[in-house]
Structures are given as structure tokens and as C-alpha cells.
Design a protein around this ligand. Structure first.
Ligand SMILES: [Zn+2]
Length: 292
């Protein structure tokens, strides 16, 4: 499942091709099912952004936020939109990714394309074989509403020791890993990042929040930034069994950084066998020698 590093890699690769004048929008027959998952009050039909200009792509946690300017909006007045701007919110689900397609490159026939933002020379294609992703076009008001359910982004300054302390105090009887995976507290965290953060912080993922020491909070904070930055620099993580591809169709190289996740021997001590267990049904990996 794409986590912060994978989504950020895709964002930065797409961003290089902006602004993109949208000549037209093409969708698969399944596209409306992705929209239904947003539960947004005013999802605009996707062709609304034809003729507009994609000027920016932001990210919050695992959400990509495409900003379109100069949209010709002809809808009822209860939609707040002063600046003719609309936003495409995109969540990649389990297996989704955006890919850049050059117009003169028709040699590759892509499968599972559900949405294409077609420009003059290039297009951005949304590909999702397992169809767990979601996207929808919305105005700023609804975008803000949607994002209020999210905690601070892992790369944000708002994610600091004060925030982590509060999160641990709120759920004293939850395991550290369960708290880290809560998107309302740590937006962008996913299973491999959470496993690796616990490992590098030398804390067992099953430790309860109430048993985390005050000095460990600072370690957790520093470790989140470190693990996330390394994963971004590696352009995301693709496991050996395949899966995630970035917007240029390449696999992420973050697998080389992993010390416990999907590992047999701990990458920190180089000796101990990694233990695999489950927390909340998610595969959980730790080194019994390095983590306490
Ligand atoms: Zn170890």
C-alpha cells in the first residue's frame, strides 16, 4: 500500500510537468465508483476541469491534492467558488499510482487506467489494478472539510514531541504501533513505515502508550523524520514481490533501507532473527534484541 514516501515521490515527479493545460478527461467505466468513496457533498463531474489548468499538486498524508485554475463552473450557487478553482483529491488505496505518459509514446498499452488528465503533449494516468483507491473533484470548502479528519503530515512541523505526547495520552492502552498507524494522528504513516520507526526508535511495537517514557517521545519524533526522509530519498519502497511503481514507471529503492520489515535477520544488530507477529491484523516485525 502506498505510504507517505511513495505518494510524495509521485507528487514531486508529476509536479515537474506543471502547469498542465487540460485538453480533456478520459475515464474508465469504473471511475464513478472511485468518486463514490469520498462521501463528499458536492463532487463535480470530472469533465468540469476540461479546459482548465493544473497548476499545483500538494499532498497531505496519503492524499494527493491537484489544484486546477480557470475552471468554467456552471453549477448551483450553493457551491462556494470565488476563484474558479477546483481540487482533485486522490487516494491511492492499495495499489494505485499516477503515471506520466508522453504523447509520442503509444508503444505501451497500459492496463487498469481509470482516469487520464490529458494535456497537449503529456497525460497523467491514474492506474489502479485492485481498485481500492478513490478520487473526486471538489471545491476548497469540501476539500478542507475532508482533510479535517487527518492528523498532521509526518513531514510537518506540527508533528512534534508535543503532538506525540498528546496522542499517547489520549490512548494510554493502545500499542505504539496502533497509534502510529492512526491517520487522524499521524497522516501518511503506513505499515512498513510504522514497523521501521519502532525498530529505529528501539521500542517494541506492542508497547502500550502509557509505558512509553518521556525521553522516548523525543526519540520517536526524530525517528519518524529520519525514516520518512530516507524513504523519500529512495523514491519509495517496492517489496521484492512487486507492487508500487512511481510516476516514471520505476520501482522504489527503499527496500535496501529496511531493518525489520519483511526481513529475516535484523538490519540493526545483523545477528538476531526478526520476529513476525500481528497487531490489529497487520504484519508486525521486530528485533527482540534491539527493541525493548
Ligand atoms: Zn537487532
Amino acid at each position: 500500500m502506498p505510504e507517505l514516501a511513495e505518494v510524495e515521490t509521485i507528487r514531486s515527479q508529476l509536479q515537474r510537468f506543471l502547469p498542465l493545460e487540460i485538453v480533456n478527461i478520459s475515464t474508465s467505466s469504473f471511475a464513478n465508483n472511485f468518486i463514490k468513496k469520498t462521501k463528499s457533498n458536492f463532487p463535480f463531474p470530472l469533465p468540469t476541469i476540461e479546459g482548465s489548468s493544473l497548476i499545483k499538486i500538494n499532498r497531505h498524508g496519503k492524499y494527493l491534492i491537484f489544484q486546477f485554475n480557470n475552471v468554467s463552473i456552471n453549477v448551483s450557487s450553493n457551491v462556494s467558488n470565488d476563484q474558479n478553482q477546483l481540487y482533485l483529491l486522490s487516494h491511492l488505496g492499495m495499489s494505485g499510482y499516477w503515471q506520466i505518459r508522453q504523447k509520442n509514446n503509444n508503444s505501451i498499452k497500459l492496463k487498469h487506467v481509470h482516469l487520464s488528465l490529458v494535456g497537449k503533449d503529456i497525460s497523467f494516468d491514474y492506474i489502479d489494478p485492485r481498485r481500492f483507491g478513490m478520487f473526486a473533484l471538489m471545491d476548497q470548502k469540501n476539500l478542507k472539510l475532508k482533510l479535517t479528519t487527518q492528523g498532521p503530515d509526518l513531514t510537518s512541523k506540527k508533528l512534534n514531541t508535543t503532538h506525540i505526547k498528546k496522542a499517547l495520552l489520549r490512548y494510554p492502552n493502545r500499542s505504539l504501533k496502533k497509534i502510529l498507524l492512526d491517520q487522524t494522528l499521524f497522516a501518511g504513516m503506513g505499515n512498513y513505515l510504522a514497523n521501521e520507526v519502532c525498530a529505529h526508535a528501539r521500542i517494541l511495537p506492542c508497547r502500550l502508550a502509557k509505558d512509553i517514557l518521556i525521553q522516548e517521545v523525543s526519540t520517536i519524533n526524530k525517528t519518524i523524520k529520519k525514516v520518512v526522509n530516507i524513504a523519500i530519498k529512495s523514491k519509495g519502497t517496492t517489496l521484492s514481490k512487486g507492487g508500487y511503481k512511481n510516476a516514471e514507471g520505476e520501482f522504489g529503492k527503499g527496500i535496501n533501507n529496511l531493518v525489520v520489515f519483511y526481513q529475516e535477520i535484523c538490519g540493526m544488530c545483523g545477528q538476531e532473527k526478526v520476529v513476525k507477529t500481528y497487531i490489529d491484523g497487520r504484519g508486525t516485525y521486530y528485533c527482540p534484541k534491539c527493541q525493548h
